[in-house]
Write a protein that binds this ligand. Structure first.
Ligand code: 5GP
Ligand code: MN
Length: 319
């Protein structure tokens, strides 16, 4: 991030009074952490802040400060609209339908389409919270224990507990700073990643019962019926993809989750040396080389067939 961009961000914030912050549908820890953390910083500066996630905050993050202050719709007039952790504007859902182009886009996905007036995109950041933390330090913005807790959650979840290949010494240093601000790392790890609800594990069970492995590609699916059967409240895969990715005999893993609106949410994971972001991009999604996703129109069967074919192509091309 260059100095001009940092200063431009500082100027926009200084001039704004009513600020809207949004992130993506099916929010993860980085989306929630970036949203709440930036919101709390702005509030410390005396701004009026609205936090909006179309899907709300998933239960797994209900231990975080201010999680109950996140709404599902924007309302009113804003001087500044900031989108965090979104590589393209479609990923926020319909929140901005009655509003114009967002003013600021803060993100770390290499597939970011730079859709805002000011785009603060840094691919080397392990999580978007890292970029926001850097902005806060560069502009001497206030930090406190609550902000540290949500930021550390974003770092932990996007790096799978500092295990992903893009984990840097810098990310670990920031984590240490956040601990010193009062964030309890083992507690935050356990709540966001170490604990699963019984429904989630039963839901995994259904997905695992029909797992496929063929030539180093592993995949499974979760249907709307599965979700109903075990009462799983989310519309995601309950992180089943990361379990599949741990299977030794694979290079690429895939999970297909049927959605109510006639689409299928696809998650890809790849070992170092493979790039699944390009395949995700082909299907209108995005992400990083080792982890990507897309929401694709079509039936579960059709989307599986198309995506497996394209992924197989990528696996053979780069493997
Ligand atoms: P996940 O599979 O855990 O949902 O996401 C893996 C990565 O891909 C994350 O970095 C996430 O932000 C990105 N991603 C997931 N779904 C989508 C999508 O529908 N569109 C875009 N652009 N990125 C996605
Ligand atoms: Mn992220």
């Amino acid at each position: 991030m260059n100095k001009e961009n940092i200063q431009a961000f500082g100027n926009l914030v200084e001039r704004a009074d009513r600020i809207l912050i949004i992130s993506h549908t099916r929010p993860d820890g980085d989306a929630v952490g970036s949203l709440i953390g930036l919101g709390l910083i702005f509030e410390e500066l005396g701004k009026k802040v609205n936090l909006v996630l179309e899907d709300g905050v998933p239960k797994v993050f209900h231990h975080l400060p201010s999680y109950d202050r996140v709404f599902r719709e924007a309302a009113g007039v804003y001087d500044l609209i900031v989108v965090v952790d979104c590589s393209d504007i479609d990923r926020i859902g319909n929140v901005l339908d009655d509003y114009g182009e967002p003013d600021v886009n803060i993100d770390h996905h290499p597939t970011n389409t730079c859709f805002a007036g000011l785009n603060l995109v840094q691919e080397t950041a392990v999580a978007t919270v890292e970029i926001i933390y850097d902005l806060a330090v560069a502009l001497s913005l206030p930090l406190n224990q609550s902000i540290a807790e949500v930021f550390l959650t974003g770092l932990l979840t996007d790096s799978l507990g500092f295990r992903t290949s893009n984990t840097t010494p810098k990310a670990l240093r920031i984590a240490a700073e956040l601990q010193e601000l009062g964030a309890d790392l083992p507690f935050l790890y356990r709540k966001a990643m170490g604990e699963k609800s019984l429904e989630a594990v039963k839901y995994w069970g259904l997905g695992l019962s029909r797992i496929n492995l063929e030539d180093r590609l592993v995949w499974t699916s979760l249907s709307l019926e599965d979700r109903k059967k075990v009462d799983y409240p989310g519309r995601d895969d309950a992180d089943l993809i990361n379990l599949l990715a741990s299977i030794k005999e694979t290079d690429i893993s895939l999970v297909f989750v049927e959605q109510k609106n006639g689409t299928v949410k696809v998650s890809w994971r790849a070992r170092p040396g493979f790039d699944v972001s390009k395949t995700a991009l082909e299907f209108g999604g995005g992400g990083h080389k080792p982890a990507a996703g897309a929401e694709i129109k079509g039936s579960l069967e059709q989307v599986q067939e198309d995506v497996i074919k394209a992924t197989r192509h990528a696996l053979n091309g780069t493997g």
